[in-house]
Design a protein around this ligand. Structure first.
Ligand code: F6P
Length: 303
């Protein structure tokens, strides 16, 4: 089938670089003689017919902005039959031949279920700070989030060293320990607690006490939100070691900010790849890099 019109949306948690991906889809789509519609607020916009035709200028000046100009939302209604039915009405009404969904794991699950049920060609672009898409090396936004969290940890290091304190820093990532591991390595942190590996807090406390006896003055322990709360870990360390321990939750600051060069260029490449995938008849796919090569992965494998 020759496709004429595609739509693009961003869904789930925003990630820095989503705008660069939207820009790439719109401009490359137009370059390939497609009409491109932008859908606002993710699946919600598809259900409620909040969409418009985008021209090249609609995506001017956004490549360097965090967040998403299309807005995004978590949309439980899209998990219902009624919600998906209404979204399909929009697809028919606007004669949309293919949909590009920019988002993370939850977005891909929704695209997979909707696309198969209503026979709509859906292609996913992985964009999430969590980097939790199967079969794809790295998601748009995770590099930026890591650098944001790292900069915060570097700041914490200054005060931890000066005041001779132990800090437990909680980072985002949902069920994934990717951000935690990367910032712990890059920040020279003493310990990292991630969902992928069993944590031995007793051993950590033992190391802290021994280190303290040798004159070691400060510690930074990074904890992924998917495994424990920083407050609980800090309280346990204080109780076991008798040493003052502070907790910091980095939270949503990790989701914002200007995308790094890596997040932007990844977004540009994947935006183009998603449009090519739809033109070539691809459906139910995610585009991304795997071991450095540009690939298309079945959505059911990716989620
Ligand atoms: O999926 C991105 C993410 O930032 C996760 O790391 C985090 O657990 C979640 O979204 C927070 O979601 P919300 O902003 O809806 O509270």
């Amino acid at each position: 089938m020759n496709i004429k019109r595609i739509a693009v949306l961003t869904t789930g948690g925003d990630a820095p670089g989503m705008n660069a991906a939207v820009r790439a889809v719109v401009r490359y789509g137009i370059h390939k003689n497609l009409e491109v519609m932008g859908v606002f607020r993710g699946w919600w916009g598809l259900i409620n017919q909040e969409l418009k035709v985008f021209d090249r200028r609609c995506v001017s000046g956004i490549i360097n902005q965090g967040g998403t100009v299309l807005k995004t939302a978590r949309c439980p209604e899209f998990l219902t039959e009624e919600g998906q039915g209404r979204a399909y009405d929009t697809i028919k009404k606007y004669a949309i031949d293919g949909l590009v969904a920019i988002g993370g794991d939850g977005s891909f699950r929704a695209a997979h279920s909707f696309g198969n049920k209503y026979n709509v060609a859906c292609v996913g672009i992985p964009a999430s700070i969590d980097n939790d898409i199967n079969g794809i090396d790295v998601t748009i936004g995770s590099d930026t989030a890591i650098n944001t969290a790292l900069s915060a940890i570097d700041n914490i290091r200054d005060t931890a060293t000066s005041m001779e304190r132990i800090f437990v820093v909680e980072v985002m990532g949902r069920g994934s320990g990717y951000i935690a591991l990367q910032v712990a390595l890059a920040g020279g942190c003493e310990n990292v607690i991630i969902p992928e590996r069993k944590c031995d807090l007793e051993a950590i406390c033992h190391d802290i006490v021994n280190g303290n006896l040798r004159g070691k003055i400060s510690w930074i322990i990074v904890v992924a939100e998917g495994v424990a709360k920083a407050d609980d870990i800090a309280a346990e360390i204080t109780k076991t070691t008798g040493l003052e321990t502070r907790s910091v939750i980095l939270g949503h600051i990790q989701r914002g900010g200007r995308p790094t060069a890596f997040s932007r260029t990844l977004a540009l490449t994947l935006g183009q790849a998603a449009v090519d995938c739809l033109i070539e008849g691809g459906r139910d796919k995610a585009v991304g890099f795997s071991q450095g090569k540009l690939v298309e992965v079945d959505l059911k494998e990716a989620i």
